[in-house]
Structures are given as C-alpha cells and as structure tokens.
Unconditional design. Structure first.
Lengths: 404, 404
C-alpha cells in the first residue's frame, strides 16, 4: 500500500514488512567475526570434558588427609595434556598441573601455595582441606548436547571462543546482501576532483558505504546524472546486480527530482514518500518487482546520515530477526522543538561516573551542515507529541561512533 | 624495573610506559573505516562553499517583496550544479533547486509549499517573508583553513563523510602493529581435530584474534608445545617477524610453565609478573630488547579474555594517545567479593528506559568456564578495597559485544 507523509513509527513498520530472509553460507572461524550466526552452537561434549585440575599442585585422596596424613610422597608428576593416570597408594600424591585430567583414586587438589615440597614429598600446610577442592568437574559448566548459543545475533569474540572449543572450524552465518549506493545531483564532482565555485564533492555515499561496511555489508558506489533516461538505464541494471539500492538525492520537490518517476517506470513500487520527521522528510521507500528494497534518501548530508542509521539499520535488524535496540540517555539541557515531527538531533554524549549517560544537543546549521557530525556521537530521537523536552528526561539515542 | 604481584592500576601504568609510536600510512578513502586518523582534517574551502539554496522554490530580491510585489514572473529555472546566474529584473524571480548556488541580485528563497505557480509566474502566499530566508550562507558552517577534526581517534562514517567533502581521496592513518598469537599447552589440539578424553581444543586464540581484528590489528595464530628448546626457537623467530606477541598459557606455577625462563633467555625483559586481580592473576608482561611488548596471558579462557580487553587494549589506546574509556554502570544486585584483588566479573547489562545501565553479575564456575561468556555482555571492574559492592553503586564496565 502506498502512503505519504507518514509517521516515523509507521515508516519503521512498513520497512519491517519488507524484511528479507538472507541465505546461509559457511565461513572459516578465523573470518567469522562480525557475521550473524545462522546455526545453534551445541556442546559436542561435556564442559569441562573431564574432571579438570584447576590449580597447579598435588592431587590426593581426601580420605588420607581425613585420617591425619599431612605428608604425601610424590608418586609421579603429570602435565596437562597427558592421558589419565592413577594414584597407586592413597597415602601418596600426584603432582599435577592446571588443565590436566584428574588422576584416578584422587578427589582433591592442593595448590603449591599451601605446600612445602622437599625430597620428593609434599607437606600440606593447612589445618582443613575441603574434599573436591580445586577441581573443575566434568560437565559442571554445560552438558553435552546443550545449546550454548541459539542462532541469531552478531558473533563476538565470546561466541568465537566457544565455537572453537566445540570444533567449529567453520560456521554457518547469514550471507549479507550486497548494496549499490548511488549518488545523484549534477552539483556533485568526484572526491579527487577540484570543484568549481558552484560544485561540491560527493561525500554522503562514502559515509554510507562505511556504515554498511561496519554492519558487514559490501557495497559499490555509483553516480548518475540528473538525466531521466540515463537514470532509468543505470538503475535498471543495478536492480539486477544488487540486493538493495541506496540512492541519495533526487527525491525532493525539485524540478530535476526525477527519481520517483524513474523508479515507478522501472516497476519499483513506492511504499511511502515523506516522513513526518526532521531532518530526512523527503525519504522515499519502494520495493522492486523482485522484492528488492530501494532506499531513496534525501541528498542533504545529515538527512542521509540519519535515514541510514534509522531506516536501513531497521530493515537489516528486522531481516536478521533482531529487536530494535536504542541506548536510553538523559537530556543535559532543555530542548525546544515545536513542529509536529520526530526530531533527530545530533548530540554529544557523556557517561558520567554516577552511571547515567547524558546527551547535549549540538545545533548545526540545518541538514546541510555535516561538519557538525564530527563533533557529535549520535542523535537523539525526540517524539512529535511534545514541544519542550526537559533536562533530565530520557530519550532513545542512536550512536554512530565505533570506539575500541 | 621488574615488579611482581602488582596492582591493577600499577599494571596499567607499566603497560602505558611501553606504548609505541605507530608509523603513518596512506589508505584510500573507501578502505579507511576503522583506522585511526593520523592527520588533521582541514577545510579546503568555506563550508558551504557558496551561498547554497536550502529549499526547492524561487529566489527573489527581498526589496521587491518589501515594496509589495507578490507575483514574480519566472525569469529562468536553474538546477543544482549549474554555474551561478543573475536575476536581471528585480521584479522577477528565478526558480531554483536545493543545493544550487544562489543567483546574483537575489537574497531570499521561498519554498514551493508557499507558492502558487501559474503560467510562468510564481505568487507568494505569505504575509511576511524574512530576508535571507532558506539560504545556507557561504562559510556558515566552517571557514576555509579551519581544522575540522584533529588527528587522533577512530574514523567513523562522520569523519569519512567530511573527509570526502574536502577532497581526501586518501587519508593518513596509523599503521597498526601486527601480532602473533601463540597458544601453549600440550592438552590442546587444533579446532578441526577430535580431542581425546584428556584433551581440549585451542579456542582462546580464536577469540583473541577476533578481538584484535575488531581493533584493526591483523594477527597470525601459532602453537608451541611444552618443550623448552622448541619454544625458544619459535618465539625467537616470532619476535623478529611481528610487532608484538600474545601468548596464552605457560605462566602459572606449573612445572611445565617454562615461558618466563624462555623469554628471559631471549632477552625479553620482564616488567611484571602477577597482578592482584581475579581472574588473570598470573599475567606476565615483558618487553624485548627491540622494545616489542610480549603479553603472556594465563591459559584459562576467561583470564585470557579479560587480560586482552584490559591490558592489550590499554597498550593500544595508550599508543594511539587515547584516554581510557569505560562505561559506568549501576549494580542491579549486591556483589560480595572478599579477597583484596581487583575483581573482573562477567555481567549482563541492560539499558533501562529511565536512562541508567544496570549490570547483573553472572557467576560461572571460575576462570575455566568460558561458556558463561556467551551469556554476558562484558565485565565489571570492582576495586580491591571493598568487600561488599552494593546494589545501586556505580562501577566501570568493559563491553565485548559488537552490536549494530
């Protein structure tokens, strides 16, 4: 259904309706970071897989200690990685290392710090010793066959560590869609060119390309002139070669904003045009007859930035079955915004050592002022129902930094 | 100076003392994301570079409006990207598009929404019009020659957008050091092998490799057996080929923990061994005679995880002249921890819609229980001076997720 001038939340719903199911591919474990997990990770054995010695020291049979034995001749010394041995005489001990398999006929490990070892005998310098001490028992963490991590979500080092331990030298992950990012506008020249007085360089597309890359999406950059026929031929081809298109510019009220017409001619069905928001009002969203989304973003730098982080991200998260996740931050100062529009305002955030994150809005010179972006960390999402947003109130925030 | 069993903060200081200056390389703008900026970004022209039309509509000379003129014949229509034109008769107007250069002899733009255009004449449907309206004036955002972004910090889409606009088709960034990540321990088999009853698979190194990758650091994985001579030969070679080494295991009190001796023989000067912390106490840090850091992490999975996120990250941030940055979070429940050690406890965090981030500690079965990592988001840093950490108190938190 075609809609016009809809709300921010309606726009999110429409976009979620056009989520895709991504194919599943297999990727070697060393390259899997940042991918989205498409299979359950299941314990192939108990964890730990054997009664694992948790400290360097000696292993004893606790019954001897209970009977008053304090000095234990060392029967043998065993490192981690050696097959299981057995204690032959329960009045002896086995010297043993962290990570090793617990020998037979022992049930307690005493660490070096509590021992005096002389002439092949270990004396225990403790009054009391708990049986089963310093042993990480088989299956204590998780039993064989248990799902450790369900499919879904982004792979971090934690999952990769666990995946390696269960023998996943390659993992099933989602194949991310490939995007064409298309700039329009005859005032734009390439980044390595020196613009004339009335020209500027293409820049939005480089920022968007990087954002998609951070999300694991590869893309190619294209430019099309403000010529209706040429536009139609180029976009037609791109719709064949890519999984989705991101276009900047050409969707406003301007005389040369041919894009909606061109897309219509190519069978891309408009889902909505214009959102009750600032910036980014002229955003156009459609879907091709093959179901490929076309995000036609306003050409203003801040508008295209905001629409990428809100709407393309929402489509991606929906497709990956991930819930929306915003950071909730506290306003450091009052913000006044009268129009009945969702207001995305660039802000600097600060995580105070009292545990709150406060956001200070940084007002630039409108959606054409992207210099402002480098001085901020993300943007607040302020709802249309209010005009005054008071210091201390809490609102969602979208972060665009990538700190280490 | 050689130290033993030092505090967490002392360890951070020692590591910062061994920070490196990274070389500067040049990288094409399309590949620059995630790199660390090594040059100032300077405005090559005013921003905007010309008086930029901010709305689609008509441009007029305000004096005519002030004199009562409301209907303006359209003298010509100009798109963005066209060279500057001039209004010939101040009682006419020029139809003009967003992003275009403001014509000569005009000073005000009226948007289509406030116009009725019929038979080549635009009638203005407003009682009042402010002079200079809807124009984004030359140099309003920033003047030519101004530093937009000082060197330092990680490049996000915001900086990349701006870099493109000032013609930086390539950028100077820091060349990240290359790491060898070395596993030790004869109980370890490779990820594609099926371990025997007393063996486990190498896994820590895969997690560490991914973490370094997220920070922009490439690494190779190596394994060395618990054999002193072989260790010495292999590490000697790796010290020549890599900028720093990360070693897991072999630094505890165990009989086969040869690593400190081997490193000493190779001229790697110990800076400290053991930190008053849990987990990760046996951490060993040294520097080769060529000044290359060697991070010898305990072999327990959670220990090596924590030491990577705390100490290797600190070395990296120090080398890049970045301040420590933790997230400050609020405890959801009391935590009791008696030993006089800095306590790193895996925790799940939740950003409540009242603007606070609360952390709930998830106690696993000690530093060998890394299954627990997949159920948490990072770890709290609890100082050694206290035993009871009360619900509602605020502590630093290190996040290891990489959400989109």
């Amino acid at each position: 259904m075609e809609r016009s001038f809809i709300s921010y939340t309606e726009a999110l719903d429409v976009i979620a309706d056009h989520q895709k199911s991504f194919a599943v591919i297999t990727v070697p474990i060393v390259d899997v970071g940042g991918h989205f997990l498409a299979e359950d990770l299941i314990a192939d054995r108990d964890f730990p897989p054997y009664n694992r010695v948790a400290m360097d020291g000696i292993a004893i049979n606790h019954s001897s200690f209970a009977r008053g034995v304090r000095s234990f001749p060392i029967e043998k010394t065993v490192g981690a990685g050696a097959p299981q041995v057995a204690l032959e005489d329960v009045n002896n001990c086995i010297e043993i290392m962290t990570g090793g398999i617990l020998p037979k006929n022992v049930d307690t490990v005493i660490r070096y710090e509590d021992l005096t070892i002389e002439n092949g005998t270990a004396a225990i310098n403790l009054e009391e010793v708990t049986r089963r001490k310093n042993i990480h028992f088989k299956g204590m963490d998780i039993a064989q066959g248990t799902i450790i991590k369900k499919a879904g979500g982004r792979l971090s080092s934690a999952e990769i560590n666990v995946a390696a331990s269960i023998g996943k030298h390659e993992l099933k992950v989602y194949k991310m869609p490939k995007a064409a990012i298309i700039s329009t506008g005859d005032e734009l020249v390439d980044v390595h060119e020196t613009p004339l007085a009335h020209q500027i360089r293409r820049s939005n597309v480089y920022g968007i390309k990087n954002t998609l890359q951070e999300w694991g999406i590869n893309s190619d950059l294209k430019h099309i002139p403000d010529d209706k026929n040429e536009m139609e031929v180029i976009i037609d081809n791109l719709l064949k070669d890519y999984d989705f298109l991101v276009i900047t510019g050409g969707v406003s009220k301007g005389k040369y904003d041919y894009l909606p017409d061109v897309l219509k001619n190519l069978g891309v069905v408009k889902q909505f045009h214009k959102i009750k928001q600032k910036p980014g009002k002229p955003f156009w969203f459609g879907v091709s007859n093959e179901g490929k989304p076309v995000f036609a973003l306003p050409g203003n730098p801040v508008s295209s930035f905001v629409c990428t982080y809100i709407y393309i991200r929402h489509w991606l998260r929906s497709s990956l079955k991930m819930d929306t996740n915003f950071t909730y931050v506290t306003l450091a100062e009052d913000i006044l915004f009268k129009p009945e529009l969702t207001f995305f305002i660039e802000s600097k955030i600060k995580n105070l050592d009292n545990g709150t994150i406060v956001a200070t809005a940084v007002f630039g010179n409108g959606s054409g002022d992207f210099i402002n972006l480098v001085n901020t960390d993300g943007f607040l999402i302020l709802p249309p129902e209010k005009e005054v947003f008071k210091k201390g109130e809490v609102y969602p925030f979208v972060y665009y930094r990538n700190e280490i």
